[in-house]
Design a protein around this ligand. Structure first.
Ligand SMILES: [Zn+2]
Length: 480
């Protein structure tokens, strides 16, 4: 049997909060009310405020091109679209790996996987790492994280700086929730449980400044809320229905902020750790390669005022930029050693007509990494590095450097045609950048600590669809 779920440590199950959830659940309306109007230049004034909160929402496994706001024809995301319409939408964002733990370690620290050292199933965030929640906690914010993905559990060190870091209890079924991916472990509960726990935190926080992190999981789980999927029954269609359901949860949470009069006191940021493949490069799922479908994620920053029109940033940015940017906006100290940079100057330029984009944001070299052996019980690595710069994606396989992949997205946006053999000069230039990138000192800490996972934990992670060695297989290998 699966381990008993961790119960919410809050003894007070706020009745008002539950009623609020019930009231809003019955409506599922897109976000309608907005905070007062503002200008993009007002972003620079937020650091002066002593009442600003931060709500950080991560939607696991969300590829950017499935959001209607990112050009998808299906109306998968009415609530996220409404937030993007009055906020800042980054049109091109590269995640730093294609599986949760490596990607989130980079996202939180602003450092690439090579520098965090967190890229194997057994690695944990080092205690020496400075996590944003620690910075908020130090600055007097109440900090809470609500998550449903085992890769970012407390034992992997992702709880640093959180007063409260919980997997929500399964409270109740919502409508006719369906799970349609038989290959995926049936994670107990739904994202509605995370929404409800987050709402309880909001009710209970009162006037205290808070940093609230909510990590949604139902897109990863292909879970949707109606009696039948909205658009069709293929995995790809059901993924869209799951996104529509998760989008409703975002709407509920933003509705709760509104209900408490917190919309004009809260900076909302929506991000994802990686995308999802539907056989574009021969594989389904994620955590196996570094092509666009698993690498390109959304990023929406919503100020506590309404921009009209919202700002769209076209320059390519990365998840390592997220925390340098948020901490800059809020006026807190930066993360030591972060390799990403604050995007505030880029947002200002993008939001002011006729202002040129600062040169440091043009054609930046952005990286992603994956040790393809991350789930195996071996010391051998099988590392690949992707570099995106301008129109190109270059993929370097450390085990076979003589056979790189190079895609020119200006003519091949789906990255189908490897032009490494014909574009030698571009390839050499990008390869030199990768060599330089890999040669930088590894981390500020020696190594990411490794933790022992018990068989139950491994079974859960395996069941999530990941390869994690089993004792039985290890025993079999020993016999050979
Ligand atoms: Zn993930």
């Amino acid at each position: 049997m699966f381990r008993k779920l961790i119960d919410s440590p809050w003894p007070y199950f706020v009745l008002a909060g539950v009623l609020l959830v019930a009231a809003v659940l019955s409506q599922f309306r897109p976000v309608s009310n907005e905070p007062p109007a503002g200008e993009v230049a007002d972003l620079a004034l937020l650091r002066e405020r002593d009442d600003l909160n931060v709500l950080f929402i991560v939607i696991d496994t969300l590829r950017a091109d499935r959001l209607h706001a990112y050009g998808y024809e299906r109306e998968t995301t009415p609530n996220l679209d409404a937030l993007a319409a009055r906020g800042v939408r980054f049109a091109h964002v590269e995640s730093q790996s294609s599986w949760t733990k490596a990607s989130m370690a980079s996202l939180w620290t602003g450092m690439y996987p090579t520098r965090t050292g967190v890229w194997r199933f057994s690695h944990a965030m080092p205690q020496e790492a400075m996590m944003p929640a620690e910075i908020f906690q130090e600055a007097g914010f109440r900090t809470a994280g609500v998550w449903r993905n085992g890769w970012i559990a407390n034992n992997f060190g992702f709880d640093q700086g959180f007063d409260l870091y919980i997997r929500p209890s399964k409270h109740r079924a919502v409508g006719n929730v369906q799970r349609n991916n038989p290959s995926v472990y049936r994670l107990p509960g739904t994202d509605a449980d995370a929404t409800e726990s987050a709402m309880e935190f909001l009710v209970e926080s009162g006037d205290d400044r808070f940093f609230l992190y909510v990590h949604y999981m139902d897109v990863h789980q292909y879970l949707y809320a109606d009696s039948s999927p909205i658009w069709g029954t293929s995995f790809s269609d059901i993924y869209d229905s799951a996104l529509h359901w998760t989008d409703r949860n975002v709407g509920l949470l933003v509705g709760a902020l509104e209900h408490q009069g917190l919309l004009d006191d809260t900076l909302i940021v929506i991000a994802s750790d990686h995308g999802e493949a539907f056989f574009e490069h021969g594989e389904e799922g994620h955590a196996r390669n570094l092509y666009r479908e698993v690498q390109e994620v959304p990023l929406i920053v919503v100020p506590p005022f309404s921009l009209s029109p919202g700002v769209v940033v076209q320059e390519r940015v990365a998840n390592v930029d997220i925390w340098p940017t948020i901490l800059d906006i809020v006026g807190l100290s930066p993360i030591p050693g972060a390799e990403g940079q604050s995007l505030v100057p880029l947002v200002m330029a993008s939001g002011a007509a006729g202002t040129p984009v600062p040169s440091e944001f043009r054609e930046r070299a952005l990286y992603a990494e994956l040790d393809r052996n991350w789930g195996r019980d071996t010391d051998e690595t099988n590392q690949i590095v992707a570099l995106v710069k301008g129109d190109y994606r270059y993929i370097h396989h450390l085990r076979r450097p003589e056979r790189p992949e190079l895609y020119d997205r200006s003519v091949d946006p789906k990255e189908k045609k490897n032009v490494a053999a014909v574009e030698g000069e571009v390839g050499n230039e990008l390869r030199a950048l990768i060599d330089e990138f890999l040669a930088k000192p590894r981390t500020q800490w020696d190594e990411a600590p490794e933790i022992e996972l018990d068989e139950m934990k491994k079974a859960q992670l395996r069941a999530l669809g990941y390869v994690v060695p089993s004792e039985r297989r290890k025993a079999r290998q020993k016999k050979k």
